[in-house]
Design a protein around this ligand. Structure first.
Ligand SMILES: [Ca+2]
Length: 319
């Protein structure tokens, strides 16, 4: 599943940012960023236009700054936005598998068993979905023994797999069923409120994932929920999310990918001769990480349901 090889270098510069905030959030961030439960914010408003490379490692309010893989893309644009004037444009070049990734460690070295994270996403009018996997965003989770030099145990959120456009709220390449050769069991597709068939192009969506890691490597006390435009389409209590590299896995950062798996694949899914596509964009804005439900801009989200009927991902047929 995970075809990106990378050496994660989390650049942390700058000083301490005051948590004592009154009124509007600093750096032009959205108001919810002043909530004590919110630990991460990025809406690109205090970032320069052009390549993200321009501000690699530069932090801000509840933001440690980004590590960047490519000097050209992704970039900050003013042609699309949810708030303010700017958004990030994730670029997948014509007949390419990737246009670069960026990632950020949580401020103050924080790591959490449970994270909620919400962002807005919009696909360009010419966007096409991969016949294998269209990546999206991921939580970063390291091997607890090896640390940042070890394997990334993160889980992808709102990805699409096997040529189908239905987004799966979590795809974990280190989930036990995935490792055992049954990747569909780790997809966690929409299973509530009539399901959600696909993202359309040329419109913004508000998406939010809640991921509670399992405590034991093989235990099934993880919990997954997901919302699109404030509607809960995903509900998976009692699941195993990460199975390798020990007990008590945690989330420690966010990762934004432009990756698009090509067939037949080549060594890293980079031979796109049999899966040609144009240059395509995925815009994103208003990224927030929290230990509580976030909701969409201008909304008051309902709390997470307290009691749910157990249903593991293996019982769901992937469409
Ligand atoms: Ca913005």
């Amino acid at each position: 599943m995970r075809l990106i090889t990378r050496s994660l270098v989390l650049l942390i510069i700058g000083g301490l940012w005051s948590e004592l905030v009154f009124g509007a959030a600093p750096d032009g961030q959205e108001d919810i960023c002043t909530n004590p439960a919110v630990f991460f914010c990025e809406n690109w408003e205090n970032r320069p236009l052009g390549p993200v490379w321009n501000f690699v490692g530069v932090g801000g309010y509840k933001n440690n700054g980004w590590a960047v893989s490519d000097s050209i893309t992704p970039d900050i644009v003013n042609t699309e936005r949810v708030d303010g004037t700017k958004a990030i444009r994730m670029v997948t070049g014509a007949n390419k598998a990737s246009g670069g990734w960026i990632d950020a460690a949580f401020p103050n070295g924080a790591a959490f068993r449970t994270v909620y994270w919400r962002w807005y996403v919009k696909y360009s009018p010419n966007y096409v979905w991969s016949p294998e996997a269209t990546k999206h965003n991921e939580t970063v989770s390291f091997d607890r023994i090896a640390g940042a030099s070890g394997a990334d145990l993160g889980v992808f959120n709102f990805t699409s797999n096997m040529g189908f456009r239905t987004p799966n709220v979590v795809v974990a390449a280190t989930q036990k069923d995935f490792v055992a050769g049954n990747p569909a069991a780790a997809y966690f597709p929409p299973n509530r409120n009539g399901g959600f068939s696909q993202f359309d192009v040329s419109r913004w969506y508000c998406v939010e994932a809640r991921i509670t890691m399992n405590t034991g490597a093989l235990s099934t006390d993880g919990y997954i929920q997901g919302w699109i435009d404030g509607v809960q389409y995903y509900e998976y209590p009692n699941v195993n999310i990460v199975s390798l590299h020990g007990d008590n896995p945690t989330h420690s950062g966010f990762f934004l990918a432009s990756y698009w798996n090509c067939i037949p694949g080549g060594p890293d899914g980079t031979d796109c001769s049999r899966s040609p596509h144009p240059e395509i964009y995925r815009y994103m804005d208003n990224l927030v990480g929290s230990t509580q439900r976030i909701g969409c801009l201008g909304s008051s989200p309902s709390p997470s349901p307290a009691v749910q009927t157990p249903s593991g991902p293996s019982s769901v047929i992937v469409q």
